[in-house]
Design a protein around this ligand. Structure first.
Ligand code: ADP
Ligand code: MG
Length: 730
């Protein structure tokens, strides 16, 4: 059988693990060698310019053109020494991927060939923006958009192909009229706002704190399949997921893959990714198998949020590139395979002061606990108020398969904090506890909870079913999709926490002006927040039906699909929140809403088309051919005058196949009609809802019957690589 499937299976037998080339004996010797980091800046810049750039990074000061000129010269020298021929502004448009447009350093100076990189080229570029999504912000007559240098994320040199090096400059991407067309611009604003409010609140506890920044560590889950098998699955290649495939006899039921020995070919891939990541300054730390067969995970050491988001975007690009080198294909889709776990991207988030303190790490002294509780409880309160917005920030066609399914976090947003902290918050809630507290006139304050640190140290509470879990010294937002840019989720978390802290500060200051001591005021507000946000806390099994029912009675949302979830982006509460904190304007939010809706229905549309194509052109012809073979067989047996019982099985099989063919064909035809109906609708919101409610449900029905055919047809005639091959062979 000459199908791609069998060619791929044959090639697979010869695949070997590739050797890894380490650029040095120890990682620390070459970590960041491709990054224009502070060490290199110091080396290539004058002392005064270096100081100014540092200040700009730390305080968000703008860099004037003169300084940009010198930085550009320094970057160019470094990049040329490293063999770069080109530079690019590297940005994150609202498509979710990364974008770059390369320019050569080469130039002509009065006809004389030279290398040139000016301060202007570093600071600002004007890529042709017309084909990036803008959600209506950019009319074609003002199609201009520009990218502007973000000095807080270091420039780096990327090897696009062997020996081809490009200097990449992280930038924001904004419309000519000033609106953001990317994720980085609002992310930076949300970070600045959070820095401001968190620092103000921190001053209640420690006057030495001059800056507080959010930190992020992203655990990245992914699948790997053999490149040949991948190429033989048009659904994987075009939609990122398998639209068909009967589950393999063995799935994840034995739970023997998780943390198991990493297969050699995979380990070689991981090692190669790590080397490349380390060179680029991405501090990868862990690697292991995940729950599903063929599924793996890596995680870096956490960093400041803006850099961590850039690094995750870059890491995904590196993984794509390296997987091809290993004749593998990395899958970031949230649900590439039915009936086994999907993939997520756990966003570990915390707050860190310039004095090096993690604000979500409970301290040893009682007054540290008050500081911890201030931030801890404010975050819970923020999640309670804006749960629907958090849900919206992670909504996508791919993530719909995970959320609410029986595996990853449910679509209901709740917060898990562990038994001990749960008890502490419950105790703090009652007025008696508060009035019994000894709030002295000096700084000693006995909350009766001095034991927090000890308890948390051996806090082994792990609740994998919670979408937003406290894990000892950080919150872990687990509902982010594996293919997503972390930007939207981080923009929301930063902004809602900033907003809450601002409210906290106002309220506490009000109480102090009215005569309360600082400690009493802090405790009063903490207690109010605990009371008001109680409903969002849940310590039980997030997958259970009982929770869905309880959540409903608590008034928590359970938003099942993307079009419904996205609506929160344009609710009055959201518009006010983002405007109040100057992170996104109403116009920007509406544009994002439009873009996300459009992306949603286009994805479903593509899946629906690929499904129709695969069924009609790949699967049904094979089924009909085999059915014919059976018919010929029955006719042959009949001609021998054998009793009916001699071909009873064949007859039944012919009937079964006919039934599935008929259902599949009619369902596909109906799906096409429904698709046409919704394609005629101009309004994005309605079209997205139509695709969700009326097109999407065909997928399961068509798949069910196609997967039945997979079981009925001879293995050597089935055209698509099967689950057992995709998931287990490498
Ligand atoms: P687990 O989720 O099992 O606790 P780790 O402790 O390794 O796993 O943490 C997972 C991720 O959380 C890592 O990327 C780690 O760097 C990150 N992380 C740890 N501490 C913080 C922090 N204070 N802020 C942000 N991320 C953190
Ligand atoms: Mg984790």
């Amino acid at each position: 059988m000459n199908s791609l499937r069998f060619i791929a299976l044959e090639q697979l037998q010869a695949r070997k693990a590739l050797p890894t080339h380490f650029p040095g004996k120890r990682t620390s010797e070459y970590f960041g060698c491709q990054v224009f980091d502070q060490t290199k800046m110091q080396q290539y810049l004058s002392q005064s310019v270096f100081q100014k750039v540092l200040e700009a990074i730390q305080n968000g000061n703008t860099i004037d053109r003169e300084i940009a000129e010198e930085v550009a010269g320094a970057m160019q020298s470094w990049a040329l020494e490293k063999g770069c021929s080109h530079y690019t502004h590297w940005f994150q448009p609202l498509t979710g991927g990364n974008a770059e447009k390369h320019d050569s350093f080469f130039d002509l100076d009065k006809g004389k060939p030279i290398e040139k990189f000016s301060g202007n080229s570093l600071a600002q570029q004007e890529p042709d923006a017309s084909s990036f999504p803008s959600g209506g912000i950019r009319n074609t007559f003002e199609a201009r958009g520009y990218t502007a240098w973000d000095p807080s994320s270091p420039a780096f040199i990327y090897e696009n192909a062997e020996g081809l090096y490009t200097l990449c400059i992280p930038t924001i991407f904004v419309a000519y009229t000033g609106e953001a067309l990317d994720y980085k611009a609002p992310l930076l604003k949300s970070i600045a706002r959070l820095q401001q409010t968190a620092t103000e609140v921190c001053k209640y506890f420690d006057p030495n704190v001059t800056s507080v920044s959010p930190t992020l560590g992203v655990e990245q889950e992914y699948f790997l399949v053999d490149q040949g098998l991948y190429n033989a699955r048009p659904d994987l290649a075009l939609t990122g997921r398998t639209l068909f495939g009967h589950e393999a006899a063995k799935g994840q039921q034995l739970e023997d893959h998780y943390f198991g020995t990493i297969p050699e070919r995979i380990l070689a891939f991981m090692a190669d990714v790590e080397v490349e990541a380390w060179k680029l300054g991405i501090p990868l730390k862990t690697r292991h198998n995940e729950v599903a067969p063929g599924q793996f995970e890596c995680a870096p050491i956490f960093e400041e949020v803006n850099v961590a988001v850039d690094h995750n975007q870059l890491l995904m690009e590196v993984m794509e590139k390296i997987s091809t080198r290993h004749q593998l294909k990395v899958l970031f889709h949230e649900k590439p395979f039915g009936k086994v776990n999907g993939s997520g991207k756990h966003n570990n988030w915390s707050l860190s002061t310039n004095t090096g303190k993690n604000l979500l790490s409970p301290g040893k002294r009682p007054q540290d606990n008050l500081q911890f509780l201030t931030f801890f409880v404010s975050i819970i309160k923020a999640v309670h108020v804006h749960a629907d917005l958090l849900r919206a920030s992670i909504a996508s066609a791919g993530n719909d398969h995970r959320l609410g399914a029986n595996e990853a976090p449910p679509a209901i947003i709740s917060v898990f904090i562990g038994t001990q902290l749960d008890q502490i918050l419950n105790a703090l809630e009652s007025p008696e506890t508060i009035s019994n507290l000894q709030v002295g006139d000096n700084s000693t304050l006995d909350l009766g909870i001095a034991q927090i640190p000890a308890l948390l140290l051996d806090n082994t509470d792990r609740n994998r079913t919670s979408p937003f879990a406290f894990t000892g010294n950080k919150f872990e937002f687990r509902a982010v999709g594996s293919s997503a840019n972390c930007g939207p989720a981080m923009i929301v978390i930063n902004t809602i926490v900033a907003d809450q802290l601002s409210h906290f500060k106002q309220t506490v200051d009000g109480l102090i002006s009215a005569g309360d001591s600082k400690e009493t005021a802090l405790l009063k507000v903490i207690r109010t927040y605990i009371q008001e946000s109680k409903e969002i806390r849940f310590e039980g099994n997030g997958y259970s039906q009982a929770w869905a029912e309880e959540a409903e009675s608590r008034g928590l949302s359970n938003i099942q699909n993307t079009p419904l979830a996205l609506k929160t982006y344009v609710s009055t509460q959201t518009l006010n929140l983002f405007q109040r904190n100057k992170v996104l304007s109403a116009r920007e939010l509406e544009a994002r809403y439009e873009i996300k809706l459009e992306s949603y229905f286009k994805k479903i549309q593509i899946e629906s088309r690929v499904m129709g194509d695969l069924v009609i052109n790949h699967i049904l012809p094979v089924a009909i051919r085999y059915q014919n073979e059976l018919i010929q067989n029955v006719k042959g047996l009949q001609s021998l005058d054998l009793p009916d019982s001699a071909y009873i099985v064949q007859r039944q099989q012919i009937l079964d196949i006919s039934h599935h063919i008929l259902v599949i064909r009619t369902q596909v035809d109906e799906m096409i009609e429904v698709r046409k109906k919704w394609n005629a609708i101009e309004d994005h919101e309605h079209r997205a809802i139509g695709y969700c409610d009326e097109v999407f449900p065909f997928f399961d029905r068509i798949r069910y019957h196609t997967d039945k055919l997979e079981l009925l047809l001879p293995d050597d005639q089935w055209p698509l690589p099967k689950y057992r091959e995709l998931l287990f062979m490498r």
